[in-house]
Write a protein that binds this ligand. Structure first.
Ligand SMILES: Cc1cc2nc3c(=O)[nH]c(=O)nc-3n(C[C@H](O)[C@H](O)[C@H](O)COP(=O)(O)OP(=O)(O)OC[C@H]3O[C@@H](n4cnc5c(N)ncnc54)[C@H](O)[C@@H]3O)c2cc1C
Ligand SMILES: *[C@@H]1O[C@H](CO)[C@@H](O)[C@H](O)[C@H]1NC(C)=O
Length: 566
């Protein structure tokens, strides 16, 4: 019988885990090393090493209706893509609403998590924490949810580049980047075209003398805006699209999607085009990058090859001199120093995880890792589902396959993903948004039952199948059902529209607009003229109309000939 659950970290994942534990009748105890909630989204000017770090201007790349928790829609007036500070505000609302703060021990760091000697029967863990006074404490827990984040340890591959020791400019990782102030009027190289690399290069290019964006692979770049200015993820992540991508040949889909994207800006012309196909990997989400290239403020360059004393050399042999700074947006390596090292048994020392959640080697499935994956959609909604699944497994309501079977599945999925992500470590991290959510939802019995929905509630069915796969879909039925889920789905587009209603443009009255349609005007006008003419007996109606028509024809013909002959 599972009772007490340790939650490591009070970022967005930790908060979701606390809430789910309480909902399922478990007793969560959360340890958070900082003094506040929000993790990555709690902006800090100078974060301590080992913590995630964001820049001032960071705006989310997933939209509010897609990234909110499944039973707590964001306030209707929030912008669809909000600033990082507003997302933190949302997490505060969530924590207040579900009264989560009382489960959190702030300024308490988890030092180690180890199996108890009787683990194989009890499933219990010993957790050692250290508090702000430096006091160590030992706790016993029935289960552990690891929510410590994985954008914490910057990967800075300086030694890969010849001559970095002699370079006189500044080199730093995006982890350290807060704003472009230090780059004003300078010549700057940004290395790496991930989401951070794109954002940072664009921002620097607004005040620097010149900004170079160096990329080994290139990227497909998509804006947050889809057609009609609607959020990209709401138009892309739908069940119907998911079905179509499984049915139609991938090459065809890639061809069509790349064509549409290149129609806006030709990726080859702009020096962006990658080797991989559009749908094979996550695109770069950036609204401004192509515009900066068009203005010449941002210059695309191939991979960095090395440094000179005052500049850099690229792989195509070109040299840029007088470089003041190089910003490495080269990503992070996840690190879980408090976990038993035996769990980090992947080919590159990474955690091996069944369905990105459970270490298959444990005697009892009482430890789960949250948020350690990459998806083409929002992270929070997936983590919430991971937590719902994990607590079901903890309490024995859902069972995992045998260790052998789990290892088989892990290997199969890694191989499959390696078709698009050749690096095994990257390949293991990838998940497909809807299929992954649906898998976990199936395990816990909350996957929307489409056939029965079609019969019982066809309007809702249409929204679920053809509309965005918003998280409320997983609260319609089954354990953890939320009475507001149906309404949330029916009103989701209203919440999308709400923040735009700051200058209300009256909608054309539909009756009036049919009346005003040009055809009706012409028709109506002719009738009125005919009536007037006949009423005042200027000419008998029908005959007169025919005569007018005939005369105007002749007039038109004549004027046409005159215009030709002059
Ligand atoms: C630049 C950037 C932009 C992003 N934009 C988006 C986006 O738009 N949409 C999206 O869905 N995702 C985005 N992500 C992904 C993002 O990581 C997740 O959305 C989410 O913040 C992950 O939350 P988390 O709680 O798992 O980790 P974190 O937010 O990193 O929180 C981890 C918490 O655990 C605490 N902690 C760590 N170790 C310990 C310990 N040993 N003991 C006690 N406490 C500990 C930390 O102090 C921290 O509070 C972005 C990531 C980055 C880097
Ligand atoms: C948003 O940005 C983060 C940070 O770079 C990235 O990990 C995530 O995959 C991005 N999300 C999408 C949907 O592209």
């Amino acid at each position: 019988m599972v009772g007490r659950v340790a939650v490591v970290g009070a970022g967005s994942s930790g908060l979701a885990c606390i809430k789910i534990c309480v909902e399922e009748g478990l007793e969560p105890v959360c340890f958070e090393s900082s003094d506040d909630i929000g993790g990555l989204w709690n902006f800090n000017e100078s974060p301590e090493p080992g913590r995630s770090s964001i820049y001032h201007s960071l705006v989310v790349n997933t939209s509010k209706e897609m990234m909110c928790f499944s039973d707590f829609p964001m306030p209707a007036d929030y912008p669809n893509y909000m600033h990082n500070s507003q997302l933190l505000q949302y997490f505060r609302l969530y924590a207040d609403h579900f009264d989560l703060l009382r489960y959190i021990h702030f300024q308490t760091t988890v030092r180690s998590i180890t199996q108890r000697p009787d683990m194989c029967v009890s499933g219990q863990w010993e957790v050692v924490t250290i508090n702000r006074e430096g006091e160590k404490e030992k706790h016993i827990f029935d289960a552990v949810l690891v929510c410590s984040g994985h954008y914490t340890h910057p990967a800075l591959p300086l030694s890969d580049f010849k001559g970095h020791e002699i370079f006189s400019g500044r080199c730093f990782h995006s982890w350290k980047y807060k704003d472009a102030e230090a780059c004003r009027g300078k010549r700057v190289v940004v290395v790496g075209i991930g989401n951070s690399g794109g954002d940072i290069a664009v921002e620097i290019s607004r005040s620097a003398e010149k900004t170079f964006l160096s990329t080994r692979k290139g990227a497909w770049v998509m804006g947050r805006m889809s057609s009609n200015g609607l959020p990209l993820d709401m138009t892309a992540i739908t069940r119907i699209n998911n079905i179509l991508t499984q049915l139609l040949p991938k090459t065809l889909l890639n061809w069509a999607a790349e064509r549409a994207l290149n129609h806006k800006y030709d990726h080859r012309l702009y020096g962006l085009k990658p080797k991989h196909r559009l749908l094979d990997r996550r695109p770069l989400i950036n609204d401004d990058l192509p515009g900066r290239i068009l203005h010449g403020a941002l210059v695309m360059k191939p991979n960095l090859a090395g440094f000179t004393e005052s500049g850099v050399v690229f792989e195509d042999g070109t040299v840029e001199d007088n470089i003041d700074a190089v910003v490495f947006c080269t990503g992070y390596s996840g690190s879980f120093p408090f976990l038993p090292s035996a769990l980090s048994d992947g080919p590159n020392g990474e955690l091996t995880l069944y369905k990105r959640v459970f270490p298959p080697s444990l005697q009892q499935p009482t430890l789960a890792v949250m948020g350690l994956f990459q998806a083409k959609g929002p992270i929070m909604t997936i983590v919430e589902m991971q937590a719902r699944w994990a607590v079901k497994v903890f309490s024995g309501l859902n069972r995992l396959p045998s260790k052998e079977k789990m290892l088989e599945v892990i290997e199969f999925e890694r191989r499959r993903n390696m078709q698009s992500y050749p690096h095994p470590r990257q390949a293991a991290l990838q998940i497909d948004y809807i299929p992954y959510l649906d898998f976990m939802a199936g395990e816990i019995g909350v996957r929307p039952n489409l056939p029965s929905l079609l019969l019982s509630d066809p309007v809702l069915w249409a929204k679920v199948v053809f509309g965005p796969c918003t998280p409320y879909q997983y609260r319609l039925s089954g354990p953890g059902q939320w009475a507001g889920a149906r309404h949330a789905i029916l009103t989701q587009w209203e919440r999308v529209a709400q923040p735009f209603r700051t200058r209300v443009v009256p909608e054309p009255d539909s009756r009036l607009s049919t009346l005003c349609s040009p055809w009706l005007l012409t028709f109506g006008g002719t009738v009125i003229v005919a009536v007037l003419l006949s009423k005042y007996e200027i000419i008998p109606t029908l005959q007169g109309a025919a005569q007018i028509l005939e005369r105007s024809k002749i007039f038109l013909k004549n004027s046409w000939f005159t215009s030709l002959s002059t």
